[in-house]
Design a protein around this ligand. Sequence first.
Ligand code: PLP
Length: 397
Amino acid sequence: MSNSRIPGRNFLFVPGPTNIPDRILRAMNVVSEDHRSPKFPELTLPLFTQLKKVFKTESGQAFIFPASGTGGWEAAITNTLSPGDKVIAQRFGQFTHLWIDLAKRIGLDVIEQDEEWGTGNNPERIEETLKADKNHEIKAVFATHNETATGVTSDIGAVRKAIDNAKHPAMLFVDGVSSVGSLDFKQDEWGVDVAVSGSQKGFMLPAGLALLSVSQKALKAGETAKLHRAYFDFQDHVKANATGYFPYTPALPLLYGLRESLNVLFEEGLDQVYARHHHLAEGVRAAVAAWGLKPCAKESKWNSDTVTAILVPEGFDAAKVIEIAYKRYNLALGAGLSKVAGKVFRIGHLGDLNELMLLGAIAGAEMAMLDVGIPVTPGSGVAAAQAVYRANPILQA
Ligand code: PLP
């Protein structure tokens, strides 16, 4: 068949950027306006209050930066730490690796702890390292709620407990780029000092906003922190945001989009959003099992409800599955990154999705695997996911 026109919508199943609901797209379709007008705070002030509800913090301060998640990492570090400060960071996937790399380039002394890819943060090791740090030289622990490269969710409550057990004053920084707005995030309960997220995943927006939530302890640490900061200076934002403004020209359409995104999340209800993500993920996991394949996550306790990385059998190239899915079936699957390149393909199941959309992705992945010769039973993954979805549908009749 000819490729001169590609009918229908592209099936976007990378784990971010995610599908943008039509109403959010429409909300971003705005004419330019004066971002210093007296009316502007009517748009912006509620954004900060609503964001805090998503991060689940009462006492924290929300920030909206024109950046992607990587900019959020940088903002977190430069506003709270000094050159040469020691931090603990565990590496178990490409994004934990990139955060470590950025921290080192900025000038931190990173205690790098490698964990097996397919596992996540290791609280016991964090506790041990902190207990050994009698002089409290370690200033922060970096944890990653959801490692998007391997489809692994870590227990941030357990990381908090490890810090408390060690009676250590280190701050806790959490990457929530592929979790906040999709998985329950409990900033205050977990004592998270800096939480970092981005607009293009659970918030169902284009990339372009780094969304942070910062504890009073981390804001205070900023008073003596000596790393250079300018564009991402928390204090410039604290001052301007207090009256609903920004220290520089904000990305206006994205702010309108964020308002609608928050409306969408609260209309569905955060608990329902999290339950839906779990339900959709369970269908994908059932499909993987029915194919006779394994997720990259080593044990079920690591399973992520926002993305599943699927290991292809020895001798097959996962990149080929992704290429065929895209070229033949207009389905975008997530690539394997770095250490797991060619070994896994990923199905992102976060954002504005429902059961039939997932069944389309599972069917497409199944066809692409068959096309490259992976011996899965045709229809097996779809049937297994259907059984999960029919047992407890999102919509109650
Ligand atoms: N952290 C995680 C867990 C991610 O998944 C990503 C991107 O996918 C990032 C950080 C980097 O975010 P960005 O690409 O928005 O800079």
